[in-house]
Design a protein around this ligand. Structure first.
Ligand SMILES: *[C@@H]1O[C@H](CO)[C@@H](O)[C@H](O)[C@H]1NC(C)=O
Length: 250
């Protein structure tokens, strides 16, 4: 008890002395520790504020980036008649085949996702149109193989027209017709890098072949017989009509 009392008395005495000394030296010094604590708190608040603003900037930036990057997803369905010259009239079948597509369109390219067709032969595929390099690549998802050909501008609408078409498709049903396209594999491509960033990204690590239209092939008729056993089809659209692309390996 004595010891405690003594100690506390001593402490009080020392404390009082110190305080008076401090007060004598500089009246502001006594409150200096309080100021210091306050500045630490303010500093933390400032840091928190900065972190808050930064995270806001990052989130806002990401949103703006998404908003302003000219890359959008569209979805469309087309019903179609076999052949371009059929009349939409009395002989209309009750059920028309239909084809659905998801497409991502930007200034330079369009990627079309083709699901497997219902009630019809045909492979699911990704079809990429590179408008700058004027190339089209078909990635057949059944074969996991890529097929590349020059972009045919009379079959594939330019990006803005494609967007308009899909906006039209999204606002209602659309009836169209089927066009057949006959392509033949000509050679294997070992290096996909010269085909550009987009096609490289799509076809890297997959077998990739170059194609030509059969009609542009000299002696196409002769090769037709052997080609028929390794053919497959992809139905898709990048215009106001549906294209059935038949791809044959030689
Ligand atoms: C593009 O497609 C159309 C219609 O299928 C065809 O007549 C034309 O020959 C094709 N053009 C090229 C350069 O392949």
């Amino acid at each position: 008890m004595v010891k405690i009392a003594f100690n506390s008395a001593l402490a009080q005495k020392a404390l009082g002395k110190e305080m008076t000394v401090a007060a004598e030296k500089d009246p502001e010094l006594a409150s200096a520790p309080v100021i210091h604590e306050g500045s630490t708190g303010r500093c933390l608040l400032t840091l928190l504020g900065i972190a808050f603003i930064l995270s806001g900037l990052i989130v806002g930036g990401a949103c703006l980036y998404r908003y302003f990057t000219p890359k959008r997803l569209y979805h469309g369905t087309m019903q179609y008649n076999d052949g371009p010259h059929e009349v939409f009239g009395e002989n209309q079948p009750y059920y028309l085949p239909r084809i659905e597509e998801e497409v991502e369109i930007s200034d330079n390219m369009a990627v079309i996702s083709v699901p497997p067709p219902h009630f019809r032969p045909g492979d699911p595929a990704y079809i990429l149109h590179d408008f700058k390099r004027k190339l089209t690549a078909y990635l057949d998802l059944t074969l996991r193989t890529c097929f590349v050909i020059h972009l045919n501008t009379s079959v594939v609408l330019p990006p803005q027209d494609l967007i308009d078409l899909f906006l039209q498709l999204m606002s209602g049903s659309y009836r169209s017709y089927l066009v057949h396209e006959d392509l033949v594999v000509t050679e294997r491509i070992d290096d996909v890098k010269p085909l550009g960033y987009y096609i490289r990204r799509l076809c890297d690590g997959k077998e990739t072949y170059r194609m030509q239209r059969r009609s542009s092939l000299s002696g196409g008729g002769i090769q037709k017989r052997s080609a028929d056993n390794e053919c497959f089809t992809i139905q898709h659209f990048a215009n106001k009509f549906v294209t059935e692309t038949k791809i044959c390996k030689l």
